[in-house]
Design a protein around this ligand. Structure first.
Ligand code: MG
Length: 482
């Protein structure tokens, strides 16, 4: 049945997409589902509370409407899980030179010996990547962003030539995005830590889900753009989808205090408010790049730090939460919590609110996603209970953060909206970082592009790809017409 579903999906896409590169991705799913992983049809009964979905590509999830949605596993039910402490688990870290990738390498270096680093990948940051190859000796090292000539040179090089030091000698160098997509769907990998930034991470996330891997998902854009498709693939192929985004990891942990989705009243995503949270609203248009990148609590990459300043990051997380947990937008609240210690909360129907707390450090959600359902010592710092601490929050101000309003609207409409919003935002943030637009114009541009796009409620992969390109082009037109 799974084979029929996957091949049916492929045939449908072939009819719609012709010979697009997305078709190759779908072929990888079929191969992985049938050959690499076998006909597994494990409906995540203990791992992730994926909502009920249709097997048709592009069909929107039903949402959290009955107890079959995300019945909480409870700690006792984990005995007998095939993810046992005694098993060696091969981990691929995609985007290892980014902030999440670097944190993941630290978790593995200090973590349980059952985890083995199978592969790392980077786009173009070769200097740091070479250091990582030297330090961690992965079995394979992938580079995805080089030209053909540069790829050939890199594959032929080795550490002894490039750095004048003895080579570790064990890492195979492989160049090309297609090779990486093929690899994550193959038999060498058990866990894929998806930390590639932006839409560039979608292909590998889909491939991992289609191959039934444990997908530790830090790339929220995969869900924002193609949430329905990714969740369908994960469910069909028995993939274990564990959130790494700190808020969603917190929600996932808190949900285990309940037994059924009908017990959840709402989730509460916390937001730091970004570096400009206390600025007067009228001063926000004058914010510089340095202002926007001075995050008070989190050390992150430039794009996500700008997203934090505009609250677009939280908007994308609202959409991410809708898909991950099968919620209606009305069940998602956002509060500004400056200390970034409560990472998010779940309010149950009886009025009880369960929150997850820890110092702001991404190594904990990474560690949890790798080790779930076990809890083991992690390298993350812990709260110092001997010192006084104040925790407070306030409602998110939609006038200050118009991007957040966009997130709720996109979560409600679904379809092509996520792809367009994400594309417009990525392009607009780039323009801000080039000092071509003001910080406050990012949300204005995204609103304009979103309002003018050709909406489709059940898009195919090729339609999402087209909308992604269209959205980026529209931003360029916007700046040219300015
Ligand atoms: Mg987050």
């Amino acid at each position: 049945m799974v084979l029929a579903c996957v091949l049916g999906l492929e045939i449908e896409l072939e009819r719609e997409c012709g010979s697009s590169r997305w078709l190759n991705v779908l072929r990888n799913y079929a191969l992985a589902a049938t050959i690499g992983q076998g006909l597994r049809l494990r409906f995540l009964k203990e791992v992730h509370k994926i909502p009920r979905v249709s097997v048709e590509a592009g069909t929107v999830c039903d949402g959290c409407n009955d107890s079959a949605g995300f019945t909480s596993p409870g700690l006792d039910s984990q005995s007998g899980d095939d993810f046992s402490l005694s098993q060696i688990r091969n981990v691929a870290i995609l985007g290892s030179t980014g902030s999440i990738g670097r944190a993941a390498l630290d978790v593995l270096a200090q973590g349980h010996p059952r985890f083995r680093l199978a592969a790392i990948s980077c786009h173009t940051q070769l200097e740091l990547f070479e250091q990582q190859i030297m330090s961690f000796s992965p079995k394979r090292a992938f580079v995805t962003g080089l030209s053909e000539e540069a790829s050939r040179r890199w594959q032929d090089s080795n550490l002894s030539e490039t750095r004048g030091k003895p080579t570790s000698g064990s890492s195979q160098r492989i160049a090309g995005r297609d090779r990486l997509v093929e690899y994550v769907a193959g038999p060498e990998v058990d866990i894929v830590l998806a930390a590639i930034v932006g839409i560039a991470g979608l292909e590998t996330a889909l491939a991992a889900a289609g191959a039934g891997k444990r997908l530790a998902l830090a790339n929220k854009e995969s869900l924002v753009v193609a949430g329905s498709l990714l969740m369908n693939l994960a469910k069909l192929n028995g993939a274990e989808l564990l959130p790494v985004d700190s808020e969603h990891s917190a929600i996932f942990q808190c949900l285990q205090s309940g037994r059924a989705c009908s017990e959840v009243k709402r989730i509460v995503l916390t937001a730091s408010g970004g570096p400009l949270r206390d600025w007067p609203i009228e001063k926000l248009p004058s914010a510089t790049i340095e202002n926007a990148l001075s995050h008070p609590t989190w050390q992150m990459g430039r794009k996500i730090t700008v997203d934090s300043a505009t609250m677009m990051n939280k908007a994308l997380e609202v959409i991410e939460a809708k898909w991950l947990f099968g919620l209606e937008p009305e069940q998602i609240a956002v509060v500004v919590h400056p200390q970034s210690v409560i990472h998010s909360m779940v309010e149950f129907v009886d009025g009880s609110v369960i929150g997850q707390m820890s110092p702001p450090d991404m190594r904990l959600p990474i560690h949890y996603a790798l080790n779930y359902p076990e809890r083991t010592p992690s390298p993350s710092p812990t709260i110092d209970w001997s010192k006084p601490m104040q925790l407070d929050w306030r409602p998110a101000d939609l006038e200050r953060y118009p991007a957040l309003q966009l997130g709720f609207e996109v979560a409600a409409r679904g379809g092509t909206c996520g792809a367009v919003l994400n594309a417009a935002n990525e392009a607009a943030v780039e323009l801000f970082l080039q000092q071509k637009i003001k910080l406050t114009e990012i949300a204005t541009i995204c609103r304009d592009v979103l309002d003018h796009h050709h909406y489709s409620p059940s898009p195919s992969l090729s339609e999402l790809q087209e909308q992604d390109c269209w959205g980026r082009n529209e931003v360029q037109k916007w700046i040219q017409a300015k």
